[in-house]
Each structure stands twice: as structure tokens, then as C-alpha cells.
Design a protein around this ligand. Structure first.
Ligand code: ZN
Length: 192
């Protein structure tokens, strides 16, 4: 247990350690800016699903697939602290309960605004919906580009990583899975 770490002092240390002068004009306020940016980009740690989904579960007689696709997603790779970003596609088949539509992007944000790997982000979104909405099935696909890949090595500049998590009916029924995958292909992502 040392002294509490001052985030801005740590950023000043990083700036010095790469051979820059943290006191020069352009960098003097950088530690404050970085602190603000990191607070925003990691605010998912201060949120939880129960609070976020509070009052947003509705009983309905609807048992067709609900799809929210092309959700803009920005996260930070936990291996390099560099951004990865792209689109998330979320689908589920209700079993008596649906989620307010606007809550799905907010759920994606909550998990994305933490230090992540894309695979875990995908699974966490799917498992959260599975747990809170108890649907017949849930599927999540994320397509993303990683700065830690695209900024290093020309041949990787256009590579998009695709991850998916299929639970319940989406895992068990090929037809359900294919319906979801074909519906999210009807688009252009602007990626790649
Ligand atoms: Zn990385």
C-alpha cells in the first residue's frame, strides 16, 4: 500500500519516459485530457446491468427474432490500451419478455467501455441478455478493427476481426442462426 497513484503524474512519467518534455506547451495539459478521456472510455466499470435495465423489461406476446444491428462499438484492447471499434449485432428470441430497444446499445457501451478483448466483450453481452431477459436464445456478432493491428504492419490494415456468441436457440437451431447471420449481412459496414 503506497501513496495513492495520481493518474496525471503517471501520464507525465510516460511522456518523459519516451523522451518528451511533459512541461512543453502542447503537452502541459495532456495529463488532464488523458485522465478525462480514460474516465469516459472506462465508465463501464461504474455501471451495472441491473441499474441499466431497470424498468426496461416488458411483457409481450411476441416470439419472433428481435435484431438490433450495426450498433457502433468503441472499446479499448486490454493488451495494448489501444482502441478497437466496429459494429455489434445483437439478436434474441423473446420468451414472454422484451428489452426496451434503446437499452441494447447502452448494454453494448457498458461492456465496451472497459478494458476488453473482443471475444470476452461478445460473450459478456450475450450472457447478460441471456441472464436478464431469459429469452429462448440470444446471438451476438461483433466485427471490429484493432488499432494494435492496423497501426503495425501494412498487410493488416484492413483486417476485421469477427467474433460471435450463440446461446439457446441460436446455438441449437441452425436455421435460427442462419436467419440472424443473413439478416446482419444485408448491410455495408463501412469496414474493410
Ligand atoms: Zn491489442
Amino acid at each position: 500500500m503506497g501513496e495513492p497513484v495520481d493518474f496525471r503524474d503517471e501520464i507525465r512519467t510516460i511522456i518523459s519516459s519516451i523522451g518528451e518534455d511533459p512541461e512543453r506547451e502542447g503537452l502541459a495539459k495532456t495529463p488532464d485530457r488523458v485522465q478525462k478521456a480514460f474516465r469516459f472510455l472506462t465508465q463501464g466499470y461504474t455501471q451495472n446491468a441491473d441499474r441499466l435495465l431497470n424498468d426496461a423489461l416488458f411483457s409481450v406476446c411476441y416470439d419472433e427474432m428481435v435484431i438490433i444491428k450495426d450498433i457502433d462499438m468503441f472499446s479499448l484492447c486490454e493488451h495494448h490500451l489501444l482502441p478497437f471499434f466496429g459494429k455489434a449485432h445483437v439478436a434474441y428470441i423473446p420468451d414472454g419478455k422484451v428489452l426496451g430497444l434503446s437499452k441494447v446499445p447502452r448494454l453494448v457501451d457498458m461492456f465496451a467501455r472497459r478494458l476488453q478483448v473482443q471475444e470476452r466483450l461478445t460473450v459478456e453481452i450475450a450472457q447478460c441478455i441471456d441472464e436478464k431477459v431469459a429469452p429462448r436464445g440470444v446471438g451476438v456478432v461483433i466485427e471490429a478493427m484493432h488499432f494494435c493491428m492496423i497501426m503495425r504492419g501494412v498487410e493488416k490494415q484492413n483486417s476485421v476481426a469477427v467474433t460471435s456468441c450463440m446461446l439457446g436457440a441460436f446455438r441449437e437451431q441452425q436455421q435460427t442462426r442462419e436467419e440472424f447471420l443473413s439478416l446482419i449481412k444485408q448491410k455495408h459496414t463501412g469496414l474493410g
